[in-house]
Design a protein around this ligand. Sequence first.
Ligand code: SAM
Length: 282
Amino acid sequence: MSGIDNLPPLREVIAAHGLTAKKSLGQNFLLDLNLTAKIARAAGDLTGADVLEVGPGPGGLTRGLLATGARRVLAVEKDPRCLPALAEVQAAYPDRLTVLNADALQVDPLAHLTPPIRIVANLPYNVGTELLVRWLTPGTWPPCWDSLTLMFQREVAERIVAQPGSKAYGRLAVLAQWRCEARIAMHLPPGAFTPPPKVSSAVVHLRALPEPRFPADPATLQSVVARAFNQRRKMLRAALKGLGPDIEERLTAAGISPTDRAEQIGLEQFCALAQELDARKP
Ligand code: SAM
């Protein structure tokens, strides 16, 4: 039996350490080790990769990542109440697990891990989107990570993989799909978690592409897309009028009809518009 097999069941762990879930920290725990192993496998081959896990909680997914063969796991947990439970996992794999009691928004993974790096997490809903946007918008591309395997509320997961023409399509879809391959790896009902959240969840797998799908300056693209979807019901000539008096002309030059709305515009056209705006900068 491996060290992980000797650890107590997670239900006993949360009882022994008094880990009553805190809503303010987005705590919905996964206690089924078959499920956490399945999520770890959805991250692909972890042997030879370092893994950043945000919010390990009592350590169910952490156990899955270690058992699946991750070279090293850095588990960043904000709630100090979880540390004794994580220390038990660490004792089973002393050289492969590092636990940091910190806010994941403040941690630079490269200070602790060596590429290739994969990020795998059952994210706290309150900081999940903010973390994703940060990971998708690093200073340079390719990013420090190879892939992201992340649990979100189902509605957020659907926004990440959404296609033009759908209600879910927006800034998150453009940001994610411009430089990544994004897909939903699995769906989970509320009952998979303790306590069960109000909504269903889904695991999204994003693989960083070596190059963006279409050329564009990241800052220009992000600002265009943010403006366009901020007023998604308006025609683009109105939603983007803050970008200059000749916006209709620029939209047309990028192959976009000025009367189209943001949700009709694909990645390639948004990138063409960003390039058009940069090319004509005074
Ligand atoms: N991974 C565990 C599981 O699957 O059972 C717990 C997942 S729970 C949805 C989210 C976890 O993130 C909680 O343990 C919570 O304390 C932690 N957390 C919340 N905000 C955090 C932050 N800013 N930085 C690091 N961890 C955070």
